[in-house]
Design a protein around this ligand. Sequence first.
Ligand code: FES
Length: 276
Amino acid sequence: MWEYSEKVLDHYRNPRNVGKIDDADLIGEAGSLACGDSLKLYIKLDGKVIKDAKFQTFGCGSAVASSSILTEMIIGKTIDEAAKITNKDIADELDGLPQEKMHCSVMGHEALEDAIKKYYGEDVIAMEEGLNPSGEKIICTCFNVTENQIWEAIKVNGLKTVDEVTNYTKAGGACGRCRGVIKDMLETYYKKAEQTAELTPTQKILKISKVIDQQISPQLQKDGGDVELVDVDGNKVKVKLTGMCSGCKNASMTLKNFVETILKDKVDSKLEVEQV
Ligand code: FES
């Protein structure tokens, strides 16, 4: 049985702002009845300020609680302020949701995002977010979950496993055909995050040394050569070619095309290798 916070139970038992705004300025929609959950968010504006918000949802208690608290969170905010709300903010405001129910907070966020896109026009939002407006690729056809929704859920919530992605977005929770793609997306995301993470000088030296020992040296040794790490000064990696490599007339090419290329790829694209 899932544990719910007092706030979730309160918003489920006494949902705020339930209903429809007949003359709403914006209506955001998320989910679909076919998937078991859906949410319609009605917004009334006063200039750029959200004067009123109401919702209609078909879903579980967490969907009701997420929608209810979302309306409270956005009333009084400007559209720009509301646009900064993430699904994590919604869950945090409820003092947390069970992992398996996080997709309810995602649905609230998607309805809000849908309404805001309509305010600004889809293309503007897409450009601001660096998205291709026509690139709404569906990854999970069972639940109509797009690639961008999965990237967003991974990024905002620090999701690490396919099951976590399913809990937050539902993707992968039915036929399972999309689970392989989601796994690849997680690997790509964390590989990129690791590559772009700023290393401390010590971490950088250790990583360079490891790559040389495990990936560069064994290749050079096959031809009777080798390379030693001498020093790392900022992005300058000072090495010494040894064995057959030391007298090789192609030494500078080996350094640039082989040693430097691998270090750039595996450690940091700013690295430059020089022989000492
Ligand atoms: S395609 Fe994602 S669960 Fe079926």
